[in-house]
Design a protein around this ligand. Structure first.
Ligand code: NDP
Ligand code: A1CAB
Length: 279
């Protein structure tokens, strides 16, 4: 387990450059979190071939866009948020930005610490965030290579914690299943909202009403789960009146085969894909 954790001033006290490679959906969400948590925009540089209007606008606040190696300054932390399939090509171009003291924080699915060390060098932290990071409600799991110093780990922790909570693990082999559960997990919940709406329409509801009911139900149940100290199974039981409507639906969802079997298969497929992306 990590010994060095960030404190409130870690982001504000950064003196080197935080270089973000890949300001897409996940990298862009992390950048938003860093700036919201007080990271000085002048400490941030972004490498991104197709800059969105939102990222381009950050130049006015001092974020450096596509700096060359000499103008990037001393890169304290390189955050790699490109697609794993592009990493070998993109990583080789990033290596000149990495010096002896640079830590490399990767959020790429599948890509191992060993590959990152080979391609970029540096002291590597492998992390897996998720998109609720965009509203500060993400959860990230991180694992550090043995050459990551306490200070580097604290900076990585601060960068990741700016988008939600962080769990550190020691065993890198957990990262494939982590990716399947929490990295990809938001997509499963959004699919639940889609299919709940579709089933409502099938049951006779107007589309607009069904969509609203499904969206608010998923969001409200998620917020209740977030705020409550009760186990999710207890919250489920609190909805389920004996012999009532929920019990009738749950008999289908918890039947055999049911959601358990589907979820086990889905997580196994995503875990397998994460392992394949390592190759
Ligand atoms: N989306 C998610 O929920 C999560 C994603 N991740 C990981 O985050 C990474 C990014 O995913 P996501 O944000 O969804 O993908 P995106 O495609 O939205 O973002 C990747 C960005 O990298 C840019 N890019 C391409 N080549 C380079 C390069 N050589 N140097 C710098 N930037 C480059 C892309 O530009 P262009 O589009 O023009 O090619 C794009 O803007 C992936 O490795 C993924 O595994 C991790 C957790 C969750
Ligand atoms: O789908 C993917 O591969 C990435 C990793 C986790 C979420 N999105």
């Amino acid at each position: 387990m990590a010994t060095a954790m960030a404190n409130d001033s870690t982001l504000k006290n950064i003196t080197g450059t935080i270089l973000l490679a890949g300001a897409g959906k996940m990298g862009g969400a992390m950048l938003t979190g860093w700036l919201a948590q007080g990271l000085d925009p002048r400490r941030v540089a972004v490498i991104e071939p197709h800059l969105s209007p939102e990222i381009s606008a950050l130049a006015a606040k001092g974020v450096a866009l596509n700096p060359d190696v000499t103008s990037a300054g001393t890169v304290e932390t390189l955050v790699v948020a490109v697609k794993p399939q592009l990493f070998r090509e993109a990583g080789a171009k990033l290596k000149p930005y990495v010096s002896a003291g640079t830590s490399v924080v990767s959020i790429m699915a599948g890509t191992t610490i060993t590959s990152l060390q080979e391609v970029c060098g540096g002291a590597v932290v492998r992390a897996m965030p998720n998109t609720p990071a965009a509203i500060g409600r993400g959860i990230t799991v991180a694992v550090a290579a043995s050459n990551v110093s306490d200070k580097q780990r604290a900076v990585a922790d601060a960068l990741l914690r700016a988008t939600g909570s962080v769990e550190w693990v020691d065993d890198e082999s957990l990262m494939d299943a982590v990716t399947a559960v929490s990295g990809s997990g938001p997509a499963y919940v959004f699919l639940l909202a889609e299919e709940l709406a579709r089933a409502g329409i099938e049951a006779g509801l107007p589309e607009v009403l069904a969509t609203r009911l499904a969206r608010e139900t998923v969001a409200g149940a998620g917020e209740l789960l977030h705020r409550s100290e009760l186990a999710s199974s207890t919250l489920r039981q609190n909805v389920t009146s004996p012999g009532g409507t929920t019990a009738a639906a749950l008999a289908v969802l918890m039947g055999d085969p049911g959601l358990r079997d589907l979820m086990i298969r889905a997580i196994a497929a995503a875990t397998k894909r994460s392992k394949e992306l390592a190759k």
